[in-house]
Design a binder for this molecule. Structure first.
Ligand code: SF4
Length: 234
């Protein structure tokens, strides 16, 4: 049986996985087999992030800075989620005061690596250009922690902008802590390096295919593949 009939579905989490990760879970996720349940908690965090990204996109349909009035209070989220939404909206208008014009947003992003067959999967990101016409990706996180841009995030952005004709500036920010990093430039050389790095990281798991073995440990928490897992049979 072919291990990945539609090509391995590779996310940032798979690229970050270290030697303690469970290979069976990763390979099953790469096959797009979803198991029996999803984490409600992570979906709710996703809802807030999606709402912020959507309202950011609407705020920047023309070249201008976003304002708090661009972020109307949601009526379909819980009190806790509304608080996160309002905090993120405040963080966004504070850390990104300059004019920006966004291009269309997609709920998620996927592209096929023609050399490896990998399907790179990334969450929504805000892409567009500034008043000088320079292309930007705004990598925002709704976290109460300092802003970060690790090698995996940079690689995913490099992959998702691989067909862009220009270099791109990455602006990473953590909205709840109102923190923004210095801009990082991705040019053709950076893209090549990032692509090679991501292919190498993905190959650690795609090369296992049916030989992927379970490893009980931290990944078992919330694992959707537990019911059929040999490591949990009595
Ligand atoms: S239940 Fe644990 S050991 Fe089994 S596949 Fe999931 S993470 Fe791996």
């Amino acid at each position: 049986m072919e291990s990945f009939p539609n090509g391995p579905r590779v996310t940032a989490r798979h690229l970050r996985a270290d030697d303690d990760a469970c290979a069976r879970r990763i390979v099953n996720e790469m096959r797009q087999y979803r198991g029996i349940h999803k984490s409600k908690g992570s979906n709710r965090a996703f809802d807030v992030a999606q709402r912020i990204a959507s309202d950011v996109g609407l705020a920047h349909t023309e070249l201008r800075a976003a304002m708090l009035s661009d972020f109307p209070k949601p009526h379909d989220l819980s009190v806790e989620e509304c608080r996160a939404y309002e905090g993120a909206a405040h963080g966004y208008v504070t850390v990104f005061p300059e004019p920006f014009n966004a291009v269309a947003l997609a709920d998620s992003w996927e592209s096929v690596d023609q050399d490896t067959g990998n399907r790179w999967i990334a969450p929504v990101a805000i892409t567009g250009h500034d008043s000088a016409g320079t292309a930007h990706v705004r990598d925002i996180k709704i976290l109460n922690a300092p802003a970060t841009l690790d090698q995996t995030s940079l690689a995913m952005i490099a992959l998702r902008t691989a067909d862009w004709a220009t270099a791109v500036v990455v602006d990473a920010a953590s909205l709840l802590s109102v923190d923004r990093l210095q801009p990082v430039l991705i040019d053709s050389e950076t893209r090549d390096e990032a692509t090679q790095w991501a292919r190498m990281r993905a190959a650690r798991w795609t090369g296992l295919g049916p030989d992927a073995r379970p490893k009980s440990g931290r990944d078992c928490n919330g694992c959707p593949f537990v019911t059929s897992c040999p490591a949990h049979q009595r």
